[in-house]
Design a binder for this molecule. Structure first.
Ligand SMILES: [Zn+2]
Ligand SMILES: [Zn+2]
Length: 417
C-alpha cells in the first residue's frame, strides 16, 4: 500500500460537503463585496518568495518546498498566496485596470512544518487582496468581509485583534527602542531571536518560545512610536469598525510573521481549539508590489486556513447544512427493466432532478437498502405492472408513503419538489 505523504490530508466524499459549504459562502460574501477571483499556479520561481516574504523568516528559512526542476531552475511550491498575486498583478499590468482592484482566492499552500504539532504541510487558504486603496477604509472593508464571512459561517465568539506596525519611517525609531530592550535581555532570548535582533527585531514579538514570550511582554509598545500619519490611519480604522458594530481589541503584540506588512495588522483569534489560535490573519502591505518589481501600490488583505476553519466549526458545535443528497433513486424489479431504469434516470437528470439508478443487478431489496444508504428522498420503482400500466410507483423513503405517477408526468412530479 502506498500511503499519503506526511502532513497531507484527503478530503473524503463523506466530508467534502463541508468544504463546499465554506467555499460557496466565501464566494457569496466576496460577490456581495464586489470582489473577483484570481487563480495562480501551485509553484513559482523561488526568488519571488525570497524577495517578498523576507529571507530571514521561518517560512523562507526553514519551511519552503524548494527544488530544482529539470531545467535547472529553482522552483518553490507556494507557501502563501499574497506574493503570487502581487507577481501576477505586476506581470499582467493590472494597475492599468481601474483601481482599487479587489480579488479573492482559494489556494493550496505548502510549508514543510513538523507534522507532530498537528500542522499540515499542505493546507488550503481562502483570502482576499485589495489593491490600490491607501485609506483605512480598505483595511476596514477587508476586516469587515472576513467578519461577515466568519459570522455567517457560524463561527461566533471570535476576538478581533488589531495593531499598527507603522510605516518604514516610524518603525526605525521603534526598532531602535526594541533593539535596546532586547539587547538588555539577550541572554534570556532564544538563538533565533539573536539573529532577529540584528535583521528584523520586530519579529522577536512574534516568537513562540515561552521564555521569549515572557520577556516580550515587557517590551516597549510600537503604538508609542508610530508617526501621526500611521496614528490617524489606525484611528480611522477604529472609528469605522465601531460604527459597523465589529468588536475589536487593540493588541500591540500582533506583528504578523512576514516582512511586507505596514501599518494595520489584524487577527481573528479563538480559544475554542485549545490554546489560543489565529483563525484569520491579515494586514496592509504597501511595500510588497514594489518589492516584486512593480510601482508602489497600497494593498491590504487577509488569509485563513480552511482546514482550521472547518475544525473550529465542528469544535464549537455549529452545524453544517445537510449534504445535498440524491432526490430520486430509480429501482428496477429485475434486470430486464434495467434499460427503462436508465432511460428514466436520464430523463430526470435532463429535467434538473438529482437522480441515480442502481446498475449492479442486485435484488429489489438490496436496491432499496442502497437507496436508503444514499439518503435518497424518493425511489421510483419500475417493474412488470408499472410497465404494463405506463406508470411508476413513487415511494417517499422518510415515511414509506407511495403514489402512482403516470410515466409521462414523472419529471414534472419531481421537478416541483
Ligand atoms: Zn508611520
Ligand atoms: Zn525567541
Amino acid at each position: 500500500m502506498i500511503n499519503i505523504p506526511r502532513g497531507t490530508k484527503d478530503v473524503l466524499p463523506s466530508e467534502s460537503y463541508k468544504w463546499q459549504q465554506a467555499e460557496a459562502l466565501a464566494r457569496k460574501v466576496c460577490s456581495l463585496y464586489n470582489v473577483r477571483e484570481i487563480r495562480t499556479p501551485a509553484f513559482e520561481h523561488t526568488e519571488l518568495f525570497l524577495r517578498s516574504i523576507g529571507d530571514d523568516t521561518d517560512v523562507v528559512g526553514k519551511e519552503m518546498y524548494t527544488f530544482e526542476d529539470k531545467g535547472g531552475r529553482s522552483i518553490t511550491l507556494k507557501p502563501e498566496e499574497t506574493a503570487p498575486v502581487a507577481r501576477s498583478y505586476v506581470e499582467n499590468s493590472l494597475e492599468s485596470e481601474t483601481l482599487p482592484l479587489k480579488m479573492f482566492y482559494f489556494s493550496p499552500v505548502f510549508r514543510y512544518e513538523r507534522p507532530a504539532a498537528g500542522r499540515l504541510r499542505e493546507h488550503h487558504q481562502f483570502g482576499v487582496e485589495f489593491y490600490g486603496g491607501a485609506g483605512a477604509e480598505y483595511d476596514f472593508e477587508v476586516i469587515s468581509l472576513a467578519y461577515d464571512f466568519l459570522t455567517r459561517f457560524g463561527i461566533t465568539s471570535l476576538g478581533l485583534r488589531i495593531n499598527s506596525i507603522g510605516c518604514p519611517d516610524c518603525r526605525k525609531a521603534y526598532n531602535k527602542a526594541l533593539r535596546e530592550f532586547a539587547a538588555a535581555h539577550k541572554s534570556e532570548l532564544c538563538e533565533t531571536c539573536h539573529t532577529r535582533l540584528e535583521t528584523n527585531p520586530l519579529r522577536i514579538l512574534d516568537c513562540k518560545v515561552p521564555s521569549c514570550k515572557e520577556i516580550v511582554a515587557g517590551a516597549p509598545s510600537i503604538l508609542d512610536y508610530i508617526c501621526d500619519d500611521c496614528k490617524a490611519h489606525m484611528e480611522r480604522l477604529k472609528t469605522l469598525l465601531t460604527a459597523a458594530n465589529i468588536p475589536f481589541e487593540v493588541d500591540s503584540g500582533i506583528v504578523r510573521g512576514l516582512d511586507y506588512y505596514t501599518k494595520t495588522v489584524f487577527e481573528f483569534v479563538t480559544d475554542a481549539l485549545g490554546a489560543q489560535g489565529t483563525v484569520c490573519g491579515g494586514g496592509r502591505y504597501d511595500g510588497l508590489v514594489e518589492s516584486v518589481g512593480g510601482k508602489p501600490t497600497p494593498c491590504v488583505g487577509f488569509g485563513m486556513g480552511l482546514e482550521r476553519l472547518i475544525l473550529l466549526k465542528e469544535a464549537i458545535g455549529s452545524p453544517f447544512a445537510p449534504a445535498e443528497r440524491v432526490k430520486v433513486m430509480v429501482i428496477n424489479q429485475s434486470p430486464e427493466y434495467a434499460d427503462d431504469a436508465i432511460s428514466l434516470t436520464v430523463r430526470l437528470r435532463r429535467a434538473g432532478v438529482r437522480a441515480d439508478c442502481d446498475n449492479t443487478g442486485r435484488s429489489l431489496k438490496a436496491q432499496f437498502k442502497f437507496a436508503d444508504k444514499q439518503c435518497a428522498e424518493y425511489v421510483a420503482v419500475i417493474g412488470e405492472s408499472e410497465k404494463k400500466s405506463g406508470t411508476y410507483t413513487v415511494k417517499r423513503l422518510s415515511d414509506g408513503s407511495a403514489e402512482t405517477c403516470p410515466a409521462d408526468r414523472i419529471t414534472e412530479y419531481f421537478s416541483g419538489r
